[in-house]
Design a protein around this ligand. Structure first.
Ligand code: HEM
Length: 126
């Protein structure tokens, strides 16, 4: 959820919002919006990004995990690089599969989390 306080009276679609109003942008809902992502918006489907974000949203603006505009995350490139290096190192040494005990129960506490944890079975690559 992003929060912004309007510095001036602002027109948002058909609505005119006065200066000083706080606008909250619910990332979770935008990232699950079927008008942007299609009927399978709620499915975990990393393949949707295989041709880049723009083609998965039909060019609509609907993906901002690191924010956007002048206050976009300054650690974005670092975080992406770090995640890729960590994942590559991990996959060099382990295979993994989701445990049968895993219960899919995402819930939101600042970030989206697995309510009962994400149990994974690791196997060392020989
Ligand atoms: C997966 C990792 C990360 C995610 C998802 C993330 C997400 C975000 C988001 C959404 C914002 C914008 C908040 C807003 O507009 O209200 C933000 C801002 C920021 N992030 Fe990150 N971030 C990540 C990693 C990092 C790292 C590694 C650093 C520093 C090394 C960092 C430093 C910052 C800073 C300083 C801001 C404030 C920028 C400003 O207000 O001008 N972030 N981040």
């Amino acid at each position: 959820m992003f929060a912004r306080v309007l510095g001036e009276t602002t027109k948002l679609g058909n609505i005119t919002l006065p200066c000083g109003v706080q606008v909250n942008i619910p990332t979770l809902f935008v990232h699950r919006d079927q008008e942007i992502w299609g009927n399978n918006a709620n499915e975990f489907n990393p393949e949707r990004f295989s041709e880049g974000v723009a083609s998965s949203t039909d060019g609509k603006f609907g993906y901002f995990t690191f924010g956007f505009g002048p206050r976009v995350c300054i650690g974005q490139n670092f975080a992406m690089l770090e995640a890729k290096v960590a994942l590559a190192m991990f996959l060099q040494h382990f295979t993994f599969e989701i445990s049968p005990s895993y219960v899919h129960a995402p819930y939101l506490v600042v970030t989206l989390q697995a309510q009962y944890g994400a149990q994974v079975i690791l196997r060392k690559v020989a």
